[in-house]
Each structure stands twice: as structure tokens, then as C-alpha cells.
Design a protein. Structure first.
Length: 289
């Protein structure tokens, strides 16, 4: 086992089969970010979404995917060359990972998708996970990390550079926090997930309000215009945004929201106060810029 990988796994203090699998996934995510840095991916794209919040800003819930946005629209963007770099990076750390890319972006969303896949049990054995853990993992269980790149990003956003120190020091370009918040707000207001509620969006709303309450309204408007949820010829005002939030809260299925996020949070008690009154109070703490 690579000693650095062992240290990265140990940092998560896994004590159950699920925790070991989650730690393995998180280490693979961080190594993927390193591989993208080596391949100069961040000269063209920025990290955003829930995993960006967890890895770079300390969000305390688990997030599964790696989401990126190009810095400027580029319909000819080629994700394949970066996937080859990711395979090389992960193999250098001893992981037997295969990269698989979808055929291209969809016409509707301009999202390029790819996947990193490996055998969960084989990797846990290779990093000397205790037998009491590995014998509970099915031999054919596949660990998959989804990577998405938006090749037609909405405008009016800024980026920052954040630094990670493990397994070596490297830099990640990421959306600025007010724009990360705008992206999360867009998901909360506009995401259509069949009949289910994505409680993870509401959990992140609370985290933003508590830690980084500034929301970039112009970027939210740009996202809503692009997705067809706001007219192009009318500015999104603070009053109209608050009306949209009040409506979303008043129609929220709280039980579904809790059930969705529960497997991803370390402390279920964090969901105890969830109510319409609670979310209305949280919304009043948001600062629009």
C-alpha cells in the first residue's frame, strides 16, 4: 500500500464497512483533483457543487460527484484527454481504475459526463483494510465516481484558487463562494428530480446561511435564464427572489427532504429543527449582492 494513501484513508477514521467505502471514495476524489491539476485542467475549468464545498470549504456532508464548469463556453471541449490523465494519476498511487466517458454532451444541458470505476473489494484489500470489514463487501461491488463538466456555463461568476496539501500541495480553481451559493440556490429552486425532494440542497442552504451567507444574485439570474426558469428580459430582484424562496419553502415536503439527506450527514440531530418556520428564518439570514 502506498504510505500516503494509507495516511489519507486514516484521516477519515473509518470504523464501519460503509465508512471505509466512503473514505476510499473521498481519497479517490482528491487524487482525481490532483490529476486534473497536473493536466492543467484548471486553466480551462473550475470546481463547483457539493463536493467542492466539502473538499475545499469544510461542508460536513458527503457528496458523491465531481462537478466542474468551463470558464467560458466551448462546445468543442474534449474531456477524454483529461480522463486519460486521471487514470495515470490513480494508477501511480496503486489504484486499478478505469475511465469511461459518455459519448458527449447532451443537446439540452451541454454537460459532458465521465466515470471512474474500480472494484471496491479489490481496492480495500490493497490498502490493507481489516478482514472484518472486507468480508462484508461483495466481490463484484463497483465504486463509481461521476465527473461532469458544463461546457456552456452561464455568465456573471468569479473564481478563486484554493490549495490542498495532500497527497502533495496542489491548487484547485473553484467558483467563488457567492457564486457557489448561487449555483446551490438554482438547484434548490429549479431542480426537478421527478417527485422526490433533494434534501441535500436544503442542508447546504443551512450551511451557507451559517458560514457564508452572501449570494450573488446576478449569477443566480443567469443560471435561471439559461435553464428557462426566468425570463431573459426581466431582472431578478431581491423581492422576487424572496417570493420564490417563500413558495419553495411553503411547498417543501419536509419528510422527503430529511429522508434524502440522512445517509449523507454525520449527525441526524442536525435535521431535528427542520420546519417551514426554520427555513423561513434561515432565508432571512442570506445577504444578496
Amino acid at each position: 500500500m502506498n504510505d500516503v494513501v494509507g495516511q489519507m484513508i486514516a484521516r477519515h477514521h473509518p470504523d464501519t464497512p460503509a465508512a471505509h467505502v466512503r473514505a476510499l471514495r473521498e481519497v479517490l476524489q482528491e487524487l482525481a483533483l490532483l490529476g486534473l491539476w497536473r493536466s492543467k485542467f484548471y486553466e480551462h475549468a473550475a470546481f463547483y457543487g457539493g463536493t467542492a464545498l466539502r473538499v475545499l470549504h469544510g461542508l460536513d456532508r458527503f457528496s458523491e460527484d465531481l462537478d466542474f464548469s468551463l470558464l467560458a463556453p466551448n462546445p468543442g471541449f474534449a474531456l477524454a484527454r483529461y480522463m486519460a490523465a486521471l487514470e495515470t494519476e490513480l494508477r501511480a498511487f496503486g489504484f486499478d481504475v478505469r475511465a469511461h466517458q459518455k459519448s458527449g454532451a447532451t443537446r439540452r444541458t451541454a454537460i459532458h459526463s465521465a466515470f471512474l470505476k474500480t472494484n471496491t473489494l479489490r481496492e480495500l484489500v490493497s490498502i490493507k483494510t481489516p478482514d472484518t470489514i472486507t468480508r462484508t463487501i461483495h466481490r463484484d461491488q463497483v465504486l463509481t465516481i461521476k465527473i461532469e463538466v458544463d461546457t456552456d456555463p452561464p455568465p456573471a461568476f468569479e473564481t478563486d484558487v484554493r490549495y490542498l496539501l495532500s497527497p502533495i500541495p496542489f491548487a484547485v480553481r473553484v467558483y467563488a463562494l457567492p457564486d457557489l451559493f448561487a449555483g446551490k440556490m438554482h438547484a434548490l429552486l429549479c431542480r426537478r428530480w421527478k417527485t422526490r425532494v433533494k434534501g441535500r440542497d436544503w442542508y447546504d442552504l443551512v450551511w451557507f446561511a451559517a458560514h457564508h451567507p452572501t449570494l450573488h444574485l446576478a449569477h443566480l439570474e443567469a443560471r435561471m435564464v439559461q435553464s428557462g426558469h426566468w425570463p431573459r428580459d426581466r431582472a431578478l430582484t431581491a423581492t422576487e427572489w424572496r417570493t420564490l424562496m417563500d413558495r419553495a419553502i411553503d411547498t417543501l415536503n419536509l419528510d422527503q427532504a430529511r429522508a434524502d439527506v440522512l445517509p449523507f450527514v454525520p449527525d441526524p440531530d442536525a435535521l431535528t429543527l427542520w420546519s417551514r418556520a426554520f427555513f423561513h428564518d434561515v432565508t432571512r439570514r442570506i445577504v444578496l449582492v
